[in-house]
Design a protein around this ligand. Structure first.
Ligand SMILES: [Zn+2]
Length: 479
């Protein structure tokens, strides 16, 4: 090769690199353009669905019947979801796990017909069809029967849902995620929330929320559900600043779409007001002012935030007695419940997971402070001995509208599980499985922020850089 030939090759090589870079840049622009269009499309769909969702409340009788129907159909729902969202999906990690265990759909059908869902789940678990919490999060590899199975957390999203596209959950880049709140997926939660309000005689109470604005989903979900049930929240205090300057742009846009969408349906969602954690006295003062006007309030908030309100009331000599706290997001222990009682307030605690929404609704006849009815039409659980010596809960989603496909996924929580008839509205609808003394053995929690114990271990213990990166991506607020 002559010098000029070498020069020509080098020149062509430089051109090829330049062309490649140009191509990548053009592709990036193209993707960005389509990502933005996707976001606009999703906002429009959310706006349209929200208007339909807010069409009007349902009666207690309708809610009871609806929940009964979910129970009656649960075996069909379970099998249908495995068929459409697992066995017909070439990329499903569940399909890979089931094939590894040599279990076909016909086997699952036979197992369900012979022994029901819970017995089937036990058989699947014994065959290796389950995921530990760190495996489901992608922190640790999944190895079954000597084979490593490729699992990426985003592949657990339900592939047949129409809304499984780009995020409106925050950042402008990163993996594809679901819409922050897909109102079409709240259908099951409406009758459950209706029966809850009825059980605790909350239909006529003034209602308010003290929860963060998006990207946290719980506050907005609660505001939308309450509006749908005809008892809209009057105030929405937010621990996080709701202004555009302090929120991720997409989250802010999502919130504004919800506020405008509700208004165009003739429903008013309260405009969020920033009340940081250290100013719990502001919330306490408002509760007291409403009480003086004979409107004891139903406040929906996190366990630790309710405790803060009670402390602030105690310190400031503020009378918030007769307030009803609907709490969640963290364990309600006896000591925290004692603080709420000391302020002469009452309370109820649901059980939720960020992947599924509510899975346990407070029992009005429970003997423990966190006694809930498992929403067995939506979720099945399998108890296996946990590290704290109690039943660790492994969760399976049942409904076609489930955002995530889960089969025996470790929740990281343990609980006491009982089957009993209690005479409450949920009991009358056939929901007899109770959970109580629910504790997280996997997570360190505080003010709604949850960190997987294994993730903390990874952060301090020197796992691979990729594992650390994946862990950091998943630290999230639980609804
Ligand atoms: Zn009960």
């Amino acid at each position: 090769m002559t010098l000029s030939d070498s020069h020509l090759v080098a020149s062509n090589s430089a051109k090829a690199v330049l062309l490649d870079e140009l191509k990548v840049s053009l592709e990036s622009l193209f993707i960005l353009r389509w990502a933005m269009l996707d976001d606009v499309r999703m906002l429009m769909r959310f706006h349209r669905d929200l208007r339909h969702f807010l069409r009007g409340p349902i009666s207690v009788a309708e809610a009871t019947q609806s929940l009964r129907n979910y129970l009656d159909c649960r075996e069909h729902s379970f099998l249908d979801l495995r068929d459409k969202s697992v066995y017909r999906q070439a990329c499903s990690p569940w399909r890979a796990l089931l094939h590894n265990a040599r279990i076909e759909l016909s086997d699952i059908r036979n197992l369900v017909h012979r022994g029901g869902i819970e017995s089937t789940l036990a058989t699947l678990y014994d065959a290796g069809v389950f995921l530990r919490a760190p495996e489901a999060k992608g922190v640790y590899p999944v190895v079954r029967n000597g084979t490593e199975i490729d699992v990426r957390p985003e592949e657990f999203d339900n592939p047949v849902l129409p809304g499984s596209f780009h995020a409106l959950t925050g950042g402008s880049s990163g993996p594809r995620r679901r819409l922050l709140i897909d109102v079409a997926l709240l259908d099951h939660d409406v009758p459950a929330q209706r029966l809850f309000l009825h059980s605790y005689a909350l239909e006529q109470r003034t209602m308010a929320i003290w929860r963060p604005v998006p990207p946290g989903a719980a506050g907005l979900k609660r505001a939308i559900l309450q509006a749908q049930l005809g008892v809209p929240a009057q105030r929405w205090f937010s621990q996080t600043n709701p202004s555009l300057r302090h929120s991720p742009a997409k989250s802010w846009l999502f919130l504004q779409t919800a506020l405008v969408g509700a208004r165009s349906s003739g429903v008013r969602l309260p405009t969020p007001e920033h009340v940081p954690l250290e100013r719990a006295a502001v919330v306490a003062e408002w509760l007291a002012s409403r009480k003086r006007q004979c409107h004891a309030v139903h406040l929906d908030t996190m366990v630790s935030s309710a405790v803060r309100v009670c402390y602030a009331a105690q310190v400031g000599g503020i009378d918030i007695s007769r307030t009803f706290f609907r709490v969640g997001s963290e364990s309600l222990t006896d000591s925290r419940a004692a603080v709420l009682r000391s302020a002469e307030t009452s309370f109820a605690c649901h059980y939720s997971m960020s992947e599924t929404g509510p899975i346990g609704m407070a029992c009005s006849s429970g003997s423990c402070v966190d006694d809930v009815h498992l929403l067995s039409g939506k979720i099945a659980i399998l108890g296996r001995p946990g590290p704290d010596g109690r039943d660790a809960l492994f969760v399976t989603t049942l409904l076609a509208g489930a955002p995530r496909i889960m089969i025996n996924v470790e929740s990281g929580d343990s609980a006491s599980v009982e089957t009993r008839s209690c005479g409450s509205a949920f009991g009358a609808a056939g929901y007899l499985t109770h959970l109580h003394t629910i504790r997280s053995y996997e997570k360190v929690s505080g003010e709604g922020m949850y960190f997987l114990g294994t993730e903390l271990a990874a952060l301090v213990g020197g796992l691979s850089a990729a594992a650390l990166r994946r862990s950091a991506d998943r630290l999230s607020v639980r609804s």
